[in-house]
Design a binder for this molecule. Structure first.
Ligand code: VG1
Ligand code: CO
Length: 536
């Protein structure tokens, strides 16, 4: 087999964001765009002379992943990779299952072809998550090294064989991710108890949103736990997700949300495009992801995998403090990291934490290095089965014991980028401590920065945090996963101990906080009176 060296020129827009490199599909289809990025990742990975033996390639099934697969195989083999493990013949798998394959087969790393919760198809987005040998996303320092490579790349290696032949190379092995993944999760949770919960007549719905989780959900919930097949909705994967925006929140997964709010089943849930996020719904009841994390921590003892206890927990800084209250009672350390799962990996590797989560509908633990939607759903089913309580009872008890952290995340997607950058810069640099807005005084405003307690890696500009004298915490940052313009995210929380107020609707309860945020950030002054595109 002849190895070819193909000349290329750098692209100036290949810096990975919060979760890998994410672009409009049309951008990825430009000649050499994919090839440059893949070769740059290999260059960064082998810069110290280390050879790559085994490499995993998987994806959430979106277009044009299948077309890209042979091109990636050829580049990997031309660069000396001995074995390419392709996850599934049909090449559709949830991100957590792929993370598990990397770990199980002791691979040197992997590529996950996914833009996660972003819409797919020719008019949607595509992405590549670069995974390390721990099955977790590229660290901040590796990401920077990769980016440097993309700026100077002048050629990439490939093989002079056709795409069809590449798929049949002797170096290529196909692994079935569903069985491995289902076995792993079955070993962690009390499947007997959950089977009984289903057998007792409880009803369930899972929305796979035409994306990557349908097959795994069918294997786990139907085959192994006894749920009815028709309870798995939109299970067949489509390469454009059928036009669905596969983000499991009340805005984009409104079908199952509305169904559950009408009291459609005892338990409802959904995953995002690549299966690492989840939404939890009870009968007529929506669970905020931050509360969900706190509840998993509270009930961890009911789960066989956590029998020996939690060592510590972590949440991203914009996530609500509900988990802190629960963890404090258990005497556990709580780490606050920047947004993005990559910041949890070192804490998980070092054994400082074994449970973590983000407000953006993601929780996970130390058995892999990605968040995992079906993990969180099984955790909830395990809790319901062992306690005999409803979702709503579980959440209300947590509020009664710890108080309620009223919390809201709202995003403005696709706004003008330079105006958004200006806003962040202005508020970052402004001296706001002690400043009054109506009756509210800002106690402290800080630009969130983080030193990884394990690796010593330092990052700054991870968002703006504001604390006020009336117990409000505001966080603001720009998304690192959007592909058009900028996405501004605001996160607000306020603690309430008065039980009589627990039923006030969140947006009503936080109304004056939204006004305060607008005054500080001068949002409507600069962007006009626009509505947030998602409120969670
Ligand atoms: C968003 C979320 C973040 C999450 C990231 C990747 O990032 O806020 O919590 O880790 O998506 O999730 P951003 O930069 O857009 O706020 V996934 O499911 O897209 O891999
Ligand atoms: Co995702």
């Amino acid at each position: 087999m002849k190895i070819l060296s193909v000349d290329t020129k750098p692209f100036d827009n290949q810096k990975p964001g919060t979760g890998g490199l994410r672009k409009q599909t049309s951008v990825f289809l430009a000649p050499n765009f994919l090839e440059n990025f893949i070769q740059s990742a290999i260059n960064a990975r082998t810069a110290d002379g280390q050879m790559l033996n085994t490499w995993v390639v998987g994806g959430d099934g979106r277009y044009p992943g299948m077309q890209f697969l042979p091109k990636i195989i050829k580049i990997l083999v031309a660069n000396g990779v001995q074995k390419v493990l392709v996850v599934g013949r049909d090449f559709v798998a949830p991100t957590p299952a792929i993370s598990h394959i990397i770990r199980k087969y002791k691979a040197d790393g992997g590529f996950i072809l996914s833009a996660s919760h972003n819409p797919a198809g020719i008019n949607g987005d595509f992405g590549v998550k670069v995974e390390m040998d721990n099955g977790g996303q590229a660290t901040e320092s590796f990401t920077n090294a990769l980016y440097e490579q993309t700026k100077v790349i002048s050629s990439y290696k490939t093989l002079d064989i056709g795409d069809v032949d590449a798929l049949e190379l002797p170096n290529v092995e196909y692994v079935n991710p569903i069985k491995d993944y289902a076995d792993l999760l079955e070993s962690m949770f009390d499947f007997d108890a959950i089977r009984k919960w289903f057998a007792d007549g409880h009803t369930f719905r899972f929305d796979a949103m035409n994306a990557s989780t349908g097959a795994a959900a069918h294997e786990i919930f139907v085959n192994r736990l006894g749920a009815r097949p028709e309870w798995i909705l939109r299970a067949a994967p489509k390469d454009d997700f059928g036009g669905v925006h596969p983000e499991p929140n009340p805005t984009y997964a409104h079908e199952i949300y509305d169904f559950m709010m009408r009291g459609g089943a005892d338990f409802g849930c959904a995953c995002d495009g690549d299966g690492d996020r989840n939404m939890i719904l009870g009968n007529g009841f929506y669970v905020k992801p931050s509360d969900s994390l706190a509840i998993l921590a509270k009930y961890h003892k009911l789960v066989p995998y956590f029998q020996s206890g939690l060592r510590g927990v972590a949440r991203s800084a914009p996530t609500s403090s509900a988990v802190d209250a629960v963890a404090k009672k258990m005497g556990l350390d709580v780490y606050q990291t920047p947004t993005g799962w990559k910041f949890f990996a070192s804490l998980l590797d070092a054994g400082r934490i074994n449970l973590c989560g983000e407000e953006s509908f993601g929780q996970g633990a130390d058995y892999i290095r990605e968040k995992d939607g079906i993990f969180a759903i099984l955790f909830w089913l395990n809790i319901l089965a062992k306690t005999g309580k409803t979702v709503e009872e579980i959440v209300r008890e947590m509020w009664d014991e710890n108080g309620r952290f009223f919390y809201c995340q709202y995003s403005y997607e696709g706004v003008d980028k330079s105006a958004a950058d200006d806003m962040i810069r202005r508020v970052s640099n402004a001296n706001l401590d002690g400043r009054k807005y109506g009756d509210v005084t800002i106690l402290r405003k800080e630009v969130f920065e983080y030193t990884d307690p394990v690796t010593g890696e330092f990052v700054t500009n991870q968002g703006i945090q504001i604390l006020t004298d009336n117990g409000v915490r505001v966080f603001c940052r720009l998304s690192g996963t959007g592909t058009v313009g900028a996405t501004v995210r605001f996160y607000v929380e306020r603690f309430e101990s008065d039980k009589s107020k627990f039923d006030v609707p969140v947006t009503e309860y936080l109304q004056d906080v939204f006004q305060f945020v607008d005054a500080v950030f001068e949002f409507s002054k600069n962007f006009g009176d626009i509505r947030p595109s998602a409120i969670n």
